[in-house]
Design a protein around this ligand. Structure first.
Ligand SMILES: [Zn+2]
Length: 485
């Protein structure tokens, strides 16, 4: 059999002033045709899962395009159209394909297109046989829309946050699409979208309510009629009418799908207050980190997490560490291409003076005037080696390690979430040997850093991805929405 594959991922934070153009995709992932297979084979990504499972069946892969960018503001219409058209052209050239497998995010917005994934799926149905299956793997932070449900045969969400099961969901998608194409099953769905929009920090699936929900959803005695269950948290840092939680079950009959969705929704509604969370003010987080007898301590700068579309350039925690005279600390990462240019011009071992950070907007604190020594320079390319997307490549862009009164700041030319120790190692730093690590990541860092951290603190700094959602000027989400109202 023959399966078309494609990937188009962007988590759009439409509060961000940073537009997402084609160059943002080219900086991270932009692969066409057979390049996709070379790029993803052997990686723990969704597309890596598609490839292994399709080849394992002895089937043929028809690759179209794989594109992904760091979360940021609206995708430009030009970038959206170029990527979507390439996927659509790839599909129209193979009308005889048995099905389409897509790796999408589920919270993408483009200029003039509010539902990036729904719009793409609708267009796909215009060029592809409506009776053949289209199975989509989505991020756990997806806003699931009617268009997506209507035009996809099956939507499968990640089951973990940190997202360590992307590969498994890719494999599962192939297994299910093959059964659908063979006429063995015809999935029907039931969906509930309660007005709950939890902050990212409490959606960790390793503990708390989300862990219990998943345990129940995947219980061994789950009815055999259930084909797939997804518990989408939604993406809270976007002003979108479909923002919020989605409980989605597919089954071989509608009564089973409905019973399962109702059962899980009841638990979610009854226990939703467990999603409430109060992070620690910066000064208190730094005091607690200093006082901790065992190191390293991780301070998550969750409010400035580029993995949720923040500016990635707040230096507020760095300022506090400097104020306390700390010298055994590192901050990853600070997006500031101008400072990287200055450091590159100065060269390794030389001093520079710079105005560091807070250049994107006024929502991520104020810049910091520094006198630093350029400790290292790197091209910023690294391979993820932690449990999340292992084997895939990431790109910090040209990167400088600055030593500011002893504290090392990893300053980058691309926005990228600090979720893998390799981001330190390619710059010549060993994170396990640093006393206090400040990471711009809300939850994903846990996958690869939790085993070295003696303590983890979540700091409440300024930024677009703050835990306190009441700081965001929502206009279009459903109201009342828990926990905002
Ligand atoms: Zn996510």
């Amino acid at each position: 059999m023959k399966w078309i594959i494609g990937a188009f991922l962007h988590e759009t934070n439409n509060f961000s002033v940073v537009p997402t153009g084609l160059e943002a995709f080219r900086a991270q992932t932009f692969k066409t045709g057979p390049e996709i297979i070379q790029w993803a084979r052997g990686t723990r990504t969704t597309v890596g899962g598609f490839i292994d499972a399709i080849e394992g069946r002895g089937d043929l892969i028809i690759p179209t395009l794989a594109a992904a960018a760091t979360p940021s503001g609206l995708v430009t219409r030009e970038a959206y159209d170029i990527i979507a058209d390439t996927i659509l052209k790839g599909i129209s050239r193979h009308p005889d394909a048995d099905g389409i497998l897509l790796d999408l995010h589920g919270a993408m917005m483009a200029e003039g297109i509010e539902d990036g994934e729904g719009h793409l799926l609708e267009k796909i149905r215009e060029v592809y046989n409506p009776n053949r299956p289209v199975v989509v793997v989505l991020d756990l932070h997806s806003h699931v829309t009617r268009k997506m449900l209507t035009h996809a045969t099956l939507l499968i969400g990640y089951q973990t946050y940190p997202h360590t099961d992307t590969y498994e969901r890719g494999v599962e998608a192939v297994r299910l699409i093959a059964r659908i194409a063979a006429g063995e099953i015809t999935p029907v769905y039931a969906v509930e979208q309660p007005p709950i929009l939890p902050p990212c920090s409490t959606c960790n699936t390793q503990s708390g309510l989300y862990q219990s929900l998943w345990k129940e959803a995947l219980r061994p005695q789950r009815p055999a009629a259930i084909l797939s269950t997804s518990l989408f948290a939604g993406f809270p840092h976007a002003d979108h009418p479909d923002a919020g939680f989605t409980v989605l079950s597919y089954a071989t009959d509608s009564a089973s799908a409905k019973n399962e969705t109702d059962h899980l929704s009841e638990i979610l509604n009854r226990r939703r207050s467990e999603f409430l969370y109060t992070p620690t003010p910066i000064d208190e987080a730094v005091s607690r980190a200093i006082a901790c007898p065992q190191k390293p301590v991780i301070i998550s700068d969750m409010s400035d997490n580029p993995g949720g579309g923040s500016a990635n350039d707040s230096v507020e925690i760095l300022k506090e560490l400097l104020k306390r005279g700390q010298t055994d600390a590192a901050v990853a990462t600070i997006y500031d291409p101008q400072t990287v240019e200055a450091a590159t011009a100065a060269g390794v071992g030389n001093p520079i003076e710079a105005r560091l950070g807070a250049k994107t907007d006024s929502l991520h604190g104020r810049p910091l005037d520094i006198k630093a020594v350029v400790e290292n320079l790197a091209d910023g390319r690294f391979q993820y080696k932690g449990p999340m997307t292992r084997g895939a490549w990431g790109n910090m862009g040209p990167t400088a390690v600055l030593n500011i009164d002893g504290i090392r700041a990893i300053v980058t030319s691309e926005r990228i979430q600090a979720r893998d120790p390799e981001m330190f190692r390619v710059c010549g730093e060993e994170p396990a040997a640093v006393g206090i690590l400040v990471l711009k990541s809300a939850v994903h860092f846990r996958a690869a850093f939790e085993n070295i951290a003696k303590e983890i603190l979540i700091a409440d700094g300024p930024g677009l991805t703050a835990c306190d959602l009441t700081r965001l000027p929502y206009q279009r989400i459903r109201r009342p929405m828990f926990p905002i109202d």
